[in-house]
Design a protein. Structure first.
Length: 369
């Protein structure tokens, strides 16, 4: 009979995002509810994406997952399992219960295959793009991009990415922001059920086309402390985090939103650098302390700081903003006209051995987009 069973299939992809206001800390580790709001830029290059194909058939004997071609174990009750349960529930309630003629995909098993087109060794977070692509692909497979749906209506409203962000968030917090392009806020929300902890688009990518991100791979090795474990150590032990959550992030969220809407690079850059600095300060304030930056990271901070000092003296304006996540790699935000200068400056300090094999532990300039 399996020869007769149709296989439904959808492929979706989602890009990496880099936070300017950092997410670090959960108030609910199961639902993944953060202790502060965050804001990121979704990178638009084609070479930094996850692409996921989801298939559903009544003939599949169990739900299976492959990451870059290697099958992974799906742990019952863990993040992926919870995301899929949520998507099945929405399929049943929003589609199958309203239209008895549709196939009962919510009761069938899935085969999911996800690929990153950037090397995992690039040291970039793949969980954000990965869970965003997975959520988008299963949601499309289940017809959820057309909810609320009336069976007799031919009108399909566009996918509500904020609703899907509620699901992606439960896979990996930062994934909720990768469902939108451009400038994206993850509103922490107030409720204990998480229904208001979702991503919203602050501005589309087209709003500020001259803004670019330059990724400097300092070390492509795996980081020492995972984000998931590290942030909860910070929640448990850092006094500084309490004041960051209460006194710092709320005003930064509104200031950086204003800066983005006004395309005010000086404010955008200053807030981005300050928030990266404070994120690494709360890591140092964790007990025992967590170190993500290394000597090369600190040298990049010094170079960008000096470049900005000279530029402010000459023109009154900043030219670049560094930001670092849970590892030593730098992301530098700048506007189009300064990209060449910054690449030349970095190559002066850190000559790239183009003969060496890619993604060894030497300094690499990964991409501009
Ligand atoms: C961010 N990071 O806002 C911050 C900045 C790392 C530093 O989101 O436990 O992988 O899966 O929700 O999303 C990394 O945290 O953690 C992260 P989980 P996630 O981009």
């Amino acid at each position: 009979s399996s020869l007769m069973s149709p296989v439904y299939q959808v492929t979706a992809s989602a890009p990496v995002n880099i936070a300017c206001i950092k997410y670090w800390g959960k108030r609910d580790t199961t639902l993944i509810l953060p202790t502060n709001s965050s804001l990121s830029v979704t990178l638009s290059q084609d070479n930094l994406r996850s692409t996921t194909t989801s298939r559903s058939s009544s003939s599949f004997e169990k739900t299976r997952l492959w990451l870059n071609g290697v099958e992974e174990v799906i742990k019952p009750g863990a993040r992926l399992d919870r995301c899929l349960a949520e998507l099945r529930r929405m399929r049943k309630e929003n589609v199958e219960d309203k239209d008895p003629s549709v196939p009962k995909l919510s009761t069938w098993n899935l085969h999911i295959a996800s690929y990153n087109n950037f090397p995992t060794a690039a040291g970039l977070a793949s969980s954000a793009s990965g869970f965003a692509a997975l959520t988008a692909s299963v949601a499309a497979l289940y017809g959820l991009n057309a909810f609320p749906q009336h069976p007799s209506s031919s009108y399909s409203p566009p996918a509500d990415a904020s609703q899907l962000s509620l699901i992606a968030r439960q896979g990996s917090g930062s994934a909720c922001r990768s469902l939108f392009g451009g400038f994206v806020a993850w509103e922490m929300g107030k409720d204990s059920n998480g229904r208001d902890s979702l991503a919203i688009q602050v501005a589309p990518e087209s709003h500020w086309p001259s803004l670019h991100a330059l990724i400097c791979v300092v070390n492509s090795g795996k980081k020492g402390t995972s984000s998931t474990a590290g942030m909860q150590e910070t929640v448990l032990t850092s006094e500084l985090l309490k004041s960051r959550i209460k006194d710092v992030v709320p005003s930064r969220m509104s200031s950086i939103t204003q800066a983005i809407l006004a395309k005010d690079f000086d404010s955008f850059a200053k807030i981005t650098m300050q928030d990266s600095n404070q994120f690494h300060a709360v890591c140092l304030d964790t007990f025992p302390p967590i170190f993500y930056l290394n000597d090369v990271s600190r040298a990049i901070i010094a170079i960008i700081t000096e470049l900005n000092r000279v530029s402010v003296e000459a023109t009154g304006h900043l030219v670049a903003a560094y930001t670092f996540d849970a590892g030593p790699n730098a992301v530098i935000y700048t506007e189009s006209e300064n990209i060449k200068t910054i690449i030349q400056l970095l190559l002066n300090y850190f000559p790239i051995d183009f003969a060496a094999s890619p993604f060894n532990d030497s300094f690499q300039l990964f991409g501009v987009g």
